[in-house]
Design a protein. Structure first.
Length: 429
């Protein structure tokens, strides 16, 4: 694109267009979906900044500007969609949607991309609604939505895409569908009120998949653990995608989760879920990693007085759940992410000073025994991340009776196996 003149690039486009339109080549490309997508996207990227694409493309293929090039590239795909109906093969539908997504990514001129989608959206919406029950159709439809959301100006089209994705997430094992909401939040601030409503709906759907009732009771953890023991779908993937969505929203539009009553209540319920899922022995490290990454992003936010109050409501449950996880996990790789969150809260990063004070306060509030005082002081003194992690791993082993305490033998400690169990160790066990 950068090292040749427009005339040479025009010749390349001419060759690509003519080649794709040959029946034999088209049949070959149909069997090689990714290769077809590569050629298709490259074709549209090559000519996107032509001042007048038609000046360099033979008149028998395209005349005029880049819009005409776009119109010459898509007829086969549009015709395929027009011929599809309820009885069509879902894999063929998915194939066309994949190529559409690749082609639309190749259109770097966003107004032209938007104009093309506006023209073809009624057809696309009808087909994906008919065949959304097939996982491949959902996957490639979401990829298509993600490709066009930043350039789409029509709010009704954007809302329709989001509702389709939420419907698929609710009705199927479709965690990938939520990625559309993150792009929508980042690229369309005017739609943030609707996006917040979508996030609430997504969390309700997410809770159903985990058999979780966000009420903060002990029965919630029992039901959550039972679902982990008998999962109907890939819960690790569900959690990874959901928290990836929330982290994208926190980075691009933090006010969505911190702005007013509805959003703060949603954040409280999500944090409560995080606390509960960390405190049950689910044995899925990907879930713990996803939750801790979300914790870490929440710690790094800047809060006003309202946000500080929100975190104060969560401080006890948050610290307790992390400590419970440490007490029941004996494998260092499982405790690393929890160790990093603890270290960040106590020592590192741009953590709000109010929250850091809460962590100190809640830690000492619970650590009343001699053991707990020594442990707390050690955690506060260890500022090196690696040493802090080793210390927490050793503490985990000790609390389960697999080794000595990680502090000095001369320290006034009480054994967790002794007759008198300190309140802190009681909480941990």
């Amino acid at each position: 694109k950068r090292k040749v003149g427009l005339a040479v690039r025009g010749d390349c486009i001419q060759v690509l267009l003519a080649t794709i339109n040959q029946d034999a080549v088209h049949q070959t490309l149909q069997a090689q979906q990714v290769a077809y997508g590569d050629v298709f996207e490259a074709l549209l990227r090559l000519g996107h900044n032509f001042p007048d694409a038609g000046a360099y493309i033979h008149h028998n293929v395209a005349t005029g500007n880049y819009v005409r090039l776009v119109n010459c590239a898509f007829p086969r795909l549009v015709a395929s969609l027009q011929s599809m109906g309820p009885t069509s093969n879902p894999l063929e539908v998915a194939h066309v949607l994949y190529l559409l997504a690749r082609g639309l990514r190749g259109i770097q001129n966003l107004p032209i991309r938007d104009a093309f989608l506006a023209q073809e959206w009624p057809l696309v919406a009808t087909i994906v609604a008919l065949h959304g029950g097939h996982p491949k159709v959902r996957e490639h439809a979401v990829d298509l939505f993600v490709a066009v959301v930043p350039s789409t100006a029509n709010p009704d089209t954007l809302v329709a895409m989001a509702r389709l994705c939420l419907h698929w997430h609710d009705q199927h094992a479709a965690p990938h569908a939520l990625s559309c909401l993150g792009v929508l939040a980042a690229s369309h601030p005017a739609l943030h009120p609707q996006v917040l409503d979508f996030l609430v709906v997504a969390f309700r759907s997410f809770c159903v998949k985990f058999n979780y009732v966000p009420n903060g009771s002990s029965s919630s953890r029992v039901a959550l653990l039972q679902r982990f023991q008998h999962p109907p779908e890939d819960l690790a993937l569900e959690a990874t995608q959901f928290f990836l969505l929330l982290r994208e929203v926190l980075r691009s539009a933090p006010a969505l989760l911190l702005g007013h009553t509805t959003s703060s209540q949603l954040l409280v319920e999500v944090l409560q879920f995080c606390c509960d899922v960390v405190a049950v022995d689910h044995k899925l490290p990907d879930v713990t990693d996803a939750v801790c990454a979300f914790f870490s992003d929440v710690l790094a936010l800047e809060y006003d007085s309202g946000g500080g109050g929100l975190l104060q409501r969560m401080a006890v449950a948050w610290v307790q759940s992390l400590l419970v996880f440490v007490a029941m996990s004996t494998i260092s790789t499982k405790t690393r992410c929890v160790s990093n969150v603890f270290h960040q809260a106590l020592h590192a990063g741009p953590v709000d000073s109010t929250l850091r004070g809460l962590v100190f306060f809640e830690s000492f509030l619970m650590w009343l025994s001699a053991d707990a005082q020594v442990l707390a002081q050690s955690m506060l003194q260890l500022k090196d991340r690696r040493k802090f992690q080793v210390f927490l791993n050793t503490t985990s082993m000790y609390l389960q009776g697999y080794g000595p305490p990680p502090w000095m033998a001369t320290s006034p400690v009480l054994s967790p196996r002794g007759a008198t169990i300190p309140s802190f160790l009681d909480v941990l066990h």
